[in-house]
Design a protein around this ligand. Structure first.
Ligand code: IPM
Ligand code: MG
Length: 356
């Protein structure tokens, strides 16, 4: 089969991890006779430098014409002082909105070989951690009205958290369907004891739950959820929450697996077109030094094969190769521990390809 993939290498370590991932996909193409056509487009800081804008229209058009989008990372200190609407991050929010990617899947899985990297005590890790955070991605405070106005004690900045029934319903259905294919448990995280938007959220979750009687539903307040994630992460299977809470909890969930450099993500909408990216950022401090861990981006490509292209077997080949390389004790700096073999970005990419 033929697939058209828009690639957004972006800034910092983005181009390095995308380069390895393209090679992995090309290997999949050879093994299973698929053709992947890659078209590189600009977003983030590099787009600001080249065009004056973090998300050129051309990039949106190319992504819409493609079967999926592969993203490295955007941002860096060079662009941190620009006004809000011109920051690299605005490009990221813009593309999520333009492609209507409302559902963001962030699996937090502890690889057996990386148990030592997990900051939690062995008795808390137990049999292992395998959580899927489903974050709403095109609503809430990230997209609500914001601005500045006179306030009680001088100028104030404001951001608005709002969720409509339809917006909650589509993400929650998505989460229930994912839970059905996993451990059949869904935790909906909100702040319904304080926020009206959370009360709407909770009402919709209760209503939608009627269609998924085989899934055990639980509601949890966000402050408690943050605490439970480190106290007893094994109680979670699928967590569904708002854009803002999901941003925070997915970082926490990724850290308890010890390896933010390992975790992929998928952003999905109503069609098969999805955007796939590592959870980590652009890591400007190690950019261009062949130090970055390409695994999160490579695993994101596996998610692309699974969710956008329905190529489950091919996705599995990549995931198995990653597991094998880790069990052969190869590590990039971020997941390095005593007795392991330190490798760079390109070596890690090549090792994964050799094990496919
Ligand atoms: C993420 C990031 C982004 C977000 C930033 C870079 C805008 O933290 O994908 O989690 O807040 O969504
Ligand atoms: Mg984040």
């Amino acid at each position: 089969m033929n697939f058209r993939i828009a690639t957004i290498p972006g800034d910092g370590i983005g181009p390095e991890v995308i380069k390895e991932t393209i090679q992995v996909l090309e290997k999949i193409g050879e093994m299973f006779t698929h053709t992947f056509t890659f078209t590189e487009v600009l977003m983030g800081g590099c787009a600001i430098d080249a065009t004056g804008h973090p998300l050129p229209q051309e990039t949106i058009d190319e992504c819409k014409k493609s079967d999926s989008v592969l993203l490295g990372a955007v941002g860096g200190p060079k662009w941190d002082t620009l006004p809000g609407h011109l920051r690299p991050e605005t490009g990221l929010l813009g593309i999520r909105g333009a492609l209507e990617l409302f559902s963001n899947l962030r699996p937090a899985v502890l690889h057996e070989a990386l148990r030592d990297a997990c900051p939690l005590k062995p008795e808390i890790i137990g049999e292992g951690i395998d959580i899927c955070v489903v974050r709403e991605l095109t609503g809430g405070m990230y997209f609500g009205e914001r601005g500045r106005r006179p306030g009680k004690m001088g100028e104030e900045g404001y951001d608005t958290e709002a969720y409509s029934v339809g917006e909650v319903e589509r993400i929650v259905r998505n989460a229930f369907e994912i839970a059905q294919k996993r451990g059949k448990k869904l935790t909906s995280v909100d702040k319904a004891n304080v926020l009206e938007s959370s009360r709407v959220w909770r009402e919709v979750v209760i209503e939608v739950a009627k269609d998924y009687p085989d899934v055990t539903l639980e509601h949890m307040l966000v402050d408690n959820a943050a605490m439970q994630l480190v106290r007893n992460p094994r109680q979670f299977d699928v967590m569904v929450t708002t854009n803002m809470f999901g941003d925070i909890l997915s970082d926490e969930a990724s850290m308890i697996t010890g390896s933010i450099g390992m975790l992929p993500s998928a952003s999905l909408g109503a069609t098969k077109l999805g955007m796939y990216e590592p959870i980590h950022g652009s890591a400007p401090d190690i950019a261009g030094q062949n130090k970055a861990n390409p695994i999160a981006t490579i695993l994101s490509a596996a998610m692309m094969l699974r969710y956008s292209f329905d190529l489950e077997k091919e996705a599995q080949v990549i995931e198995d190769a990653v597991t094998k390389v880790l069990s052969q004790n190869y590590r990039t700096g971020d997941i390095m521990s005593k007795g392991m073999t330190l490798v760079g970005t390109t070596e890690m990419g090549q090792l994964i390809i050799q094990n496919m």
